[in-house]
Write a protein that binds this ligand. Structure first.
Ligand code: OGA
Ligand code: MN
Length: 223
């Protein structure tokens, strides 16, 4: 397992620059990017294998809001999540990849991204996450939202699309099928989005790059 993950890291470092450059260009030009086959195959494989081994009991019902504002709300979302903290080799390989992306974007776009938090999410058939924003203007903690999908052979008829709305009142939107390796990345304050119900189990990793909000009086917690 660890040999596989080491190989993955070496492979990734070589292949990622082109992808990262495309991501940076898209973010600069339009604030979002959607890339099929973005996740390197070896990393996708490691994450899929990890998901398959994971006990369903590790997932807990997702809430809405941070910390004290955190509530369960069946009307807004019904998925289950499992935070990724680097305990597993697969989790570490994922966090390494995200850290490389963070460094690249900080270098290219001077975003000052400071930390990254992410979780696996499991949507059972019929589960949804209604239209929402991941961050609110002025609170500026979550700057960039990243979602990658871990579902092999996903078909149009399976549903479960991520709908990304352009925050410009044109009402235009983009649907993303949650097929294995597809990635969506967008400015957290700018793009309302929702997850439509699927007819199959749907697995993703959702993550957020944040800037630091700590002040002399209050240390900003990681979640
Ligand atoms: C989220 C989210 C989208 C997806 O967790 O905030 O919007 O496609 N997830 O899983
Ligand atoms: Mn979201």
């Amino acid at each position: 397992m660890s040999a596989l993950v080491e190989l993955t890291a070496a492979e990734l470092a070589a292949g990622d620059e082109l992808l990262f450059a495309r991501i940076a260009r898209d973010l600069r030009e339009r604030g979002f990017t959607v890339c099929p086959k973005a996740l390197p195959g070896s990393l996708a494989g490691v994450l899929q294998a990890h998901l398959a081994e994971m006990n369903a009991g590790r997932f807990t019902r997702a809430g809405v809001g941070r910390q004290e504002a955190h509530t369960l709300n069946d009307f807004v979302r019904t998925d289950e999540v499992c935070w990724i903290n680097g305990e597993s080799a697969a989790g570490r390989a994922w966090l390494d990849w995200a850290a490389r992306l963070q460094r690249f974007l900080n270098r290219e776009l001077l975003l000052g991204l400071f930390s990254f938090e992410s979780h696996f999410a499991h949507y059972r058939p019929g589960d949804f996450y209604r239209k929402h924003l991941d961050a609110f203007r002025g609170e500026a903690n979550r700057v960039l939202s990243l979602v990658v999908y871990l579902n092999p052979d996903w078909q149009l008829a399976d549903g479960g699309e991520l709908v990304l709305y352009h925050g410009d009142d044109t009402g235009s939107s983009l649907k993303v099928l949650p097929g294995l390796g597809t990635m969506a990345l967008f400015l957290s304050e700018e793009f309302p989005h929702e997850v439509l119900p699927a007819t199959r189990d749907r697995y993703s990793i959702a993550g957020w790059f944040r800037v630091n909000q700590s002040t002399g009086h209050r240390v900003d917690p990681p979640r």
